[in-house]
Write a protein that binds this ligand. Structure first.
Ligand code: MRU
Length: 393
């Protein structure tokens, strides 16, 4: 029987386990997350990774931590002060994906509103506030928040999958019609879709289904397997060859692995319907931080006239930042690039630069697929992301 991949397993309120992605594809090992420190470490060392999964594991780590038997919170203030400190600690685990910051900031706001109903700002001292809310209610609200994140992420991904697949189908018809000199409404039977993706944006990077890989999954279902996927290795951490390839093989979706440096040669030599990637942070103008190597794919997509599509839930959109220039790009330890599985690859003595993400300017992006729909550019050639969200939410 087909069983979908699950990176995060949660049995409320005490048991959280994650699939250790450092060991994939060779070993399938689930590791427990019992407290904040284990949650922080799992995110920082990338046992769990991918923008939505990072945020979910951070919040669920907070749930299991606060529900642990040894934790007693005598007052609402003591609980809220622990929550605040814990959130600040979790936010130091990885800097680029906005989902972690969005989820924990919203959580803090919601629990503060519950704890201090008449005064939504947290108290400045821990002793003077009166409230009718109990610690039990706050813990339950935290638990419900974490569970809702898991459920919502899968639903959002299914919507992203559907919107994205429809978009690629429509673009395929347009492009085929131009090639054939037909009108865009002429039916073309049984098309085969070819798409390229980068990094891992699938079930392993989310609560399930995935974003960019979710679009590919949806397209595979809708076209009854008439799809061919190219995935990049995604050096230096190989999320493509280790994780995306694993997911594609698991789902029996026809796919071919390429090294990152083969992308332009691939686009020059065979038709491609779209390049579909995920996002760690999309700023108000559409600039998108994603796995290192995304930017060069967008450049080659434009050169070869291939639609370049970003798939992201609205929780990955950061309207507070005007452009991508303001995004903090994480630099990972250089050893992660110089060695693989502790085997040294590079010449001793060489220096290394290892940014984990790059920023693709909005001008290279054709569409941003969210759970609310597909954001395309307006008549001025710019994305109005804020306007789109306000209209569709
Ligand atoms: O360093 P990683 O593996 O966490 O980077 C993951 C990516 O860049 C993904 O494309 C992004 O987080 C979107 S996952 C749905």
């Amino acid at each position: 029987m087909f069983s979908p991949l699950q990176a995060i397993l949660f049995e409320p309120p005490h048991q959280l386990t994650i699939l250790d992605q450092l060991l994939l594809p060779f070993e399938t090992v689930h590791v427990p997350i019992r407290n904040l420190q284990e949650g922080h470490r799992a995110i920082h060392t990338m046992q769990v990774r991918g923008a939505p999964a990072i945020a979910i594991v951070a919040v669920l780590a907070l749930v299991v931590d606060t529900y642990a038997a040894h934790h007693t919170f005598p007052t609402v203030d003591s609980f809220m002060s622990y929550l605040d400190k814990s959130i600040r600690y979790l936010q130091t685990s990885r800097p680029t994906a906005v989902n972690l910051f969005e989820a924990t900031t919203r959580l803090s706001r919601e629990l503060n509103e519950l704890a201090y109903p008449s005064d939504s700002s947290a108290p400045t001292t821990t002793t003077t506030t009166t409230t009718t809310t109990t610690v039990g209610q706050l813990k339950r609200a935290l638990l419900e928040y974490g569970q809702a994140m898991l459920d919502r992420d899968i639903q959002d991904n299914k919507h992203i999958g559907q919107f994205g697949a429809e978009y690629i189908e429509a673009r395929h018809l347009d492009r085929q019609a131009i090639l054939d000199g037909l009108t865009a409404t002429t039916p073309i039977h049984n098309p085969t879709y070819t798409v390229l993706t980068h990094c891992n944006t699938g079930a392993l990077a989310t609560a399930g289904w995935g974003t960019a890989l979710g679009i590919i999954r949806s397209l595979n279902f809708r076209s009854i397997g008439r799809i061919h996927v190219y995935c990049t290795e995604t050096r230096p951490y190989n999320q493509g060859s280790r994780l995306t390839a694993y997911e594609l093989v698991h789902d029996k979706i026809p796919a071919t692995l390429i090294t990152d440096s083969m992308a332009s040669a691939l686009l020059a030599s065979r038709p491609m319907d779209a390049i579909v990637v995920g996002a760690d942070r999309v700023t108000a103008n559409g600039d998108t931080a994603n796995k290192i190597g995304t930017y060069q794919l967008a450049i080659t997509a434009q050169y070869h006239g291939v639609p370049f599509i970003v798939a992201a839930p609205t929780t990955s959109i950061d309207l507070k930042l005007a452009t991508g220039a303001a995004i903090t790009i994480e630099e990972r330890p250089k050893e992660e690039m110089l060695s693989i599985y502790n085997m040294r690859l590079a010449a001793q003595g060489i220096q290394a630069w290892n940014p984990s993400f790059d920023v693709t300017p909005a001008c290279l992006i054709e569409a941003i697929v969210t759970e609310l729909g597909v954001i395309t550019k307006n008549d001025q050639g710019v994305f109005d992301i804020k306007g789109f969200i306000e209209k569709h939410r």
